[in-house]
Design a protein around this ligand. Structure first.
Ligand code: CAO
Length: 435
């Protein structure tokens, strides 16, 4: 026996009235549980809404352009009786969380983040994207490249836009050609750089090759990092922090807490030190908005997390109000979610400063890329024992390399050096944070 089931939008955090940009099913389609049924896109993130049940689509209740919130009915399914028995009045309550399909604004940091990259130019408000002839897959392809389809001239039947049209459009844009989105947009575009085209090489002339398409996270990361690298005049400042005592304290505390299963990490101390430095030097906790500087009174710290599919930047909110154990636990949980690809958009938003810690891997120093619209990022490499002159002799100390990249439009070199030095001093002696 089958039963009619309403499939609703599940909990999508603070998001409300989010436009549908793609409907992925039609009446008569067989839908599996957790299969994506519509795609929503806010100005911050794109998310797939999954079906809470399997069954056959009886009716699609939404269309492109409709605004949906938690609880909006998306589909009517003809489902299996066993499911219906479990949920006599089926609702979206059991629906898995929507999957953000655009993630970080990956670390930006060298990092990727949840927001979709901004379009390469703004569509005219008079234009309705749904009027452009393009299939959902071509629209998706265009969105991944940051192109709005109404900018593209279609060469298919009845002016239909093909994937090749989108590719040609992007090529023209990359070479700064007329009609390119970059050339068309005002300020902040890359078109003004008037760059020569990217070198086109037939690599097979030199040996065997394999072509591997970039995954979605990598494409979004590339778009964000490319923009940040070109648009932000960043300088990287290096400092050495003596973490001998801190590391000894951390190891000792972890021994004491082993039975509780709680572990404190260097990253948690770095976050606390970063917050103390942000409070002392508020320009670092800011964003540029035209000729204004937005100074933030909250202290949310993003951290670059390496995942099998690319870089993402989960965000720990209100670090100033949390203890070291709590921060360590939350970073471990968010890093695990990141690796499983299960971070929700709001878990990757709202950072005021980012830390990119490569210390668990190695390295001496590096130049992290500022994660716009933040104005600075702290890169941390592997601490190592070094001989340090104490005035009378060389003594072995555990030295942690810090690399701070800062947007020079907001932060001068002297200020950046003071900030970096202050973090190093805090790591050497956390009592300073209480002064
Ligand atoms: N110096 C020396 N050792 C360090 C260290 C440092 N600065 N930071 C961490 N370690 C050690 C820890 O002590 C730990 O050792 P034990 O297992 O013996 O205790 C080990 O490295 C792993 O540390 P951890 O479990 O605390 O993890 P983490 O805090 O180093 O990293 C996370 C967490 C999410 C930041 C990490 O998994 C990650 O993804 N790092 C990569 C980030 C990245 O890719 N950044 C570059 C972005 S730009 O391309």
């Amino acid at each position: 026996m089958s039963q009619t089931i309403e499939i609703k939008v599940p909990d999508i955090g603070d998001y409300k009235d989010i436009p549908v940009i793609e409907v992925l099913v039609k009446p008569g389609d067989q839908v599996e549980k957790e299969q994506s049924i519509v795609v929503l896109e806010s100005d911050k993130a794109t998310m797939d809404v999954p079906s809470s049940h399997s069954g056959v689509v009886k009716e699609v209740k939404v269309k492109i352009g409709d605004n949906l919130s938690q609880g909006s009915v998306v589909l009517i399914l003809e489902g299996e009786s066993s499911l219906a028995a479990l949920t006599p009045a089926p609702t979206a309550a059991a629906t898995p969380a929507p999957v953000p399909v655009s993630k970080p604004v990956a670390v930006e940091p060298p990092v990727v983040r949840a927001p979709a990259p901004p379009p390469m130019s703004n569509p005219s408000p008079a234009m309705d994207e749904s009027l452009s002839h393009a299939s959902p897959s071509v629209r998706k392809f265009a969105r991944e490249l940051g192109v709005t389809v109404q900018q593209v001239k279609g060469s298919g039947p009845k002016g239909r836009i093909t994937q090749e049209d989108v590719q040609s459009f992007v090529k023209a844009a990359m070479s700064g050609g007329a009609g390119s989105p970059a050339a068309a947009s005002s300020g902040g575009s890359l078109g003004g750089l008037n760059l020569i085209p990217w070198p086109k090489v037939d690599f097979t002339k030199f040996g065997e090759i394999e072509r591997q398409p970039l995954n979605r996270i990598k494409k979004i990361t590339a778009a964000n990092l490319g923009r940040n690298w070109v648009m932000i005049p960043a300088v990287t400042y290096h400092e050495d922090a003596d973490v001998t005592d801190l590391e000894a304290f951390r190891v000792e505390t972890n021994k004491d807490n082993e039975k509780r299963g709680a572990k404190i990490t260097m990253l948690a101390f770095l976050m606390k030190a970063a917050v103390a430095a942000l409070k002392k030097y508020p320009e670092f906790n800011s964003s540029l908005d035209g000729d204004d500087l937005i100074l933030k009174k909250y202290f949310n710290i993003g951290f670059a997390a390496d995942t099998p599919t690319g870089l993402v930047v989960p965000v720990i909110k209100n670090v100033d109000k949390k203890g070291i154990f709590e921060i360590a636990k939350e970073t471990a949980e968010l890093a695990a979610l990141a690796r499983e690809g299960k971070l929700k958009p709001d878990q990757m938003q709202g950072a005021s400063f980012t830390i990119s810690s490569l210390g668990g891997i190695g390295g001496t120093y590096f130049s992290p890329i500022v994660n716009a619209p933040e104005v600075a990022i702290l890169g941390v490499s592997k601490a190592a024992m070094k001989p340090v002159w104490d005035g009378k002799q060389f003594v072995p100390r555990l030295i942690c390399p810090l690399s701070l990249s800062a947007d020079h439009r907001v932060i001068d070199g002297a200020l950046a050096t003071r900030f970096n030095l202050y973090i190093a001093q805090l790591l050497a002696d956390f009592r300073r944070a209480t002064l």
